[in-house]
Design a binder for this molecule. Structure first.
Ligand SMILES: NC(=O)c1ccc[n+]([C@@H]2O[C@H](COP(=O)([O-])OP(=O)(O)OC[C@H]3O[C@@H](n4cnc5c(N)ncnc54)[C@H](OP(=O)(O)O)[C@@H]3O)[C@@H](O)[C@H]2O)c1
Length: 250
């Protein structure tokens, strides 16, 4: 399948995975609407593409999200949405700060909710559309030093499972994207090893292929995410044993 002629809206597109995906879809002939807070970066992206349009927004502002989606849809009906705006702050439970924890939930979870709340009725009316949410393998189970992140991604995976089943009768597709480590501004200051880390372009390729195939879960890279999937279904005693070792090493 090609995305030629399709209209895709991507949030979190000013840098990293979202930016690389916008470029990939643009090269494939899609109309790509891109959003994030950094207006300048979005305009640069627009100027580099054939058919990329910038729509700056803060996903935590519900009114702006509503108005932006109206503007994006006014160009052409939205066929695919990739909700990737995300915030990550490294945090241990013994150094808890409510501010970044709240920001994590506001951007990652409520930012997604703001968008799907507006999009679902629009897509239902058209009896068409696809919503793809970027979560993380960090949402499979609780990870050390991820108090401000892992729970937000668990919530998104749970949300996508609900939406998948409930929106199917309306011919609306839903997918969940669970990356391992990707080399982006989000991870650049991580002080721990990141096994299997890939480039944003490799991540974009994997998302592109899996979206085209209509897969529910899109996870990559294969080796690292397989390990995380095994840990996801491991018994608690084994999972906690592995996590204690990881906690001691990072
Ligand atoms: N990199 C990884 O290893 C990794 C692994 C698993 C999952 N993920 C997820 O993948 C997604 C993309 O992350 P990335 O790695 O590509 O990192 P990134 O380059 O830092 O991208 C994050 C994007 O979110 C946007 N953003 C942040 N807060 C926002 C807000 N309030 N409103 C609108 N946009 C906002 C940022 O743009 P502005 O600052 O311009 O707003 C940026 O475009 C995130 O959801 C992240 O959690 C990443």
């Amino acid at each position: 399948m090609s995305f030629q002629g399709k209209h895709v809206w991507i949030t979190g597109a000013s840098t990293g995975i979202g930016r690389a995906l916008a470029k990939k879809l643009d090269a494939d002939g899609a109309l790509v609407s891109v959003s994030a807070r950094s207006e300048e970066k979005l305009q640069t992206l627009e100027s580099e593409g054939q058919n990329i349009r910038a729509f700056p927004l803060d996903v935590t502002d519900q009114e702006t999200v509503n108005a932006t989606i109206d503007m994006v849809a006014a160009q052409a009906p939205i066929d695919y949405v990739v909700l990737g705006a995300g915030a990550w702050t490294i945090m241990d439970s013994d150094q808890m700060e409510i501010g970044p924890i709240r920001t994590g939930m506001e951007v990652n979870y409520f930012g997604t909710i703001n968008a799907v709340h507006k999009l679902i009725p629009m897509m239902k009316e058209r009896h068409a559309g696809h919503i793809s949410i970027i979560a993380s393998v960090a949402g499979y189970r609780g990870l050390p030093r991820s108090v401000a992140y892992s729970p937000t991604k668990a919530a998104l995976i749970n949300l996508a499972e609900i939406l998948k089943v409930e929106l199917e009768p309306h011919n609306i597709g839903v997918s969940i994207i669970n990356p391992g480590f990707v080399d982006t501004p989000l991870t650049q200051d991580n002080p721990f090893p990141m096994p299997g880390i890939i480039t944003p372009e490799q991540a974009a390729d994997a998302i592109y292929k899996a979206l085209a195939k209509g897969k529910f879960e899109i996870s990559f890279p294969f080796g690292f995410t397989l390990l995380m999937k095994v840990l996801r279904v491991a018994p608690n005693w084994l999972y906690l044993f592995v996590m204690r070792r990881i906690k001691a090493s990072i």
